[in-house]
Design a protein around this ligand. Structure first.
Ligand SMILES: [Zn+2]
Length: 284
């Protein structure tokens, strides 16, 4: 397993560094719009899933970070609050294939869609302060700049490599490396820092996710950007926002953080649970 920077969450989640979903999306699944604006604050999950949700929270809060789940300060939630409702991505292109401008635009749009599918669960919920999360791709890391076709105006282009020779965006610009928010060493300035990497890898099986971002096998990603929902992308994003890997409580049914193909109500409520708990802990 090659991960240049072992993320705490992925390390905690154990097998999340080598996810293989048993089923694969065929690209024809349409995610239903489940968003219903709920005015009620507080923790009021539907009674039929309240018990398994509690089981999950008891599990994560007793096992993450040595039982100190709040001591870890780089959940995706922390990133969103630090960056005022926006997530900056840097794409790590672990491939020798060229990338058209159109493909770059499409990748940004699909990352936005993947975010929207999760965040529709907290827009309007329990004091979540943003009505949309803006996803912006600020940079690309490639082995050779010539792989990026067309204009690269508006993005930072990096040819940095990690310790294993894989393209990565400059650590000086990365949230994972600078959780204090000091991007003074970033050539593009703080506005072009990146919160997460979207790491697209030819030589990698499945997916991985953590506070550093998401890594996805390129052939899977190629398929997912033509599909909805992006099953792997959204599962790995779930890890970025704190959710565990394949940890199934009693009576939860299929859900995307287990082996499901799309975000279902149980995932949405786990997502809300993190917001609910972190909001209280952080004083947001
Ligand atoms: Zn996973």
């Amino acid at each position: 397993m090659r991960v240049s920077s072992i993320p705490l969450i992925a390390a905690l989640a154990g097998s999340s560094t080598a996810l293989y979903l048993k089923s694969t999306p065929d690209g024809s699944i349409e995610a239903p719009n489940r968003f219903v604006k709920r005015q009620n604050d507080g923790w009021n999950p539907p009674s039929n899933i309240a018990a398994p949700l509690k089981e999950v929270w008891d599990h994560v809060s007793s096992t993450y970070n040595g039982g100190n789940i709040f001591g870890f300060k780089n959940y995706g939630w922390d990133q969103i609050m630090a960056n005022n409702g926006q997530i900056n991505y840097c794409v790590r292109w672990e491939s020798s294939q060229t990338v058209s401008e159109a493909l770059r635009t499409q990748i940004e749009a699909k990352a936005q869609e993947a975010y929207d599918d999760w965040f529709t669960w907290v827009y309007g919920y329990n004091g979540f302060p943003f009505s949309n999360i803006k996803v912006k791709v600020v940079g690309w890391a490639v082995s050779d700049k010539s792989l990026l076709q067309g204009s690269t105006a508006g993005i930072q282009v990096y040819t940095d490599k990690d310790s294993e020779g894989i393209p990565q965006c400059a650590p000086a610009c990365g949230r994972f490396f600078h959780q204090d928010g000091d991007y003074s060493g970033c050539s593009g300035g703080a506005a072009n820092h990146y919160d997460q990497s979207l790491w697209i890898s030819e030589d990698f099986g499945g997916g991985a996710g953590g506070d550093w971002g998401q890594r996805i096998q390129k052939s899977i990603f190629d398929r997912e950007i033509q599909a909805r929902p992006m099953t792997y992308m959204q599962h790995e994003m779930g890890h970025t926002f704190g959710m565990d890997d394949y940890w199934k409580p009693t009576g939860a049914g299929a859900f995307i953080m287990d082996e499901g193909l799309e975000i279902v109500d149980f995932d949405g409520w786990m997502f809300r649970n993190f917001w609910y708990e972190l909001k209280q802990n952080r004083g947001w």
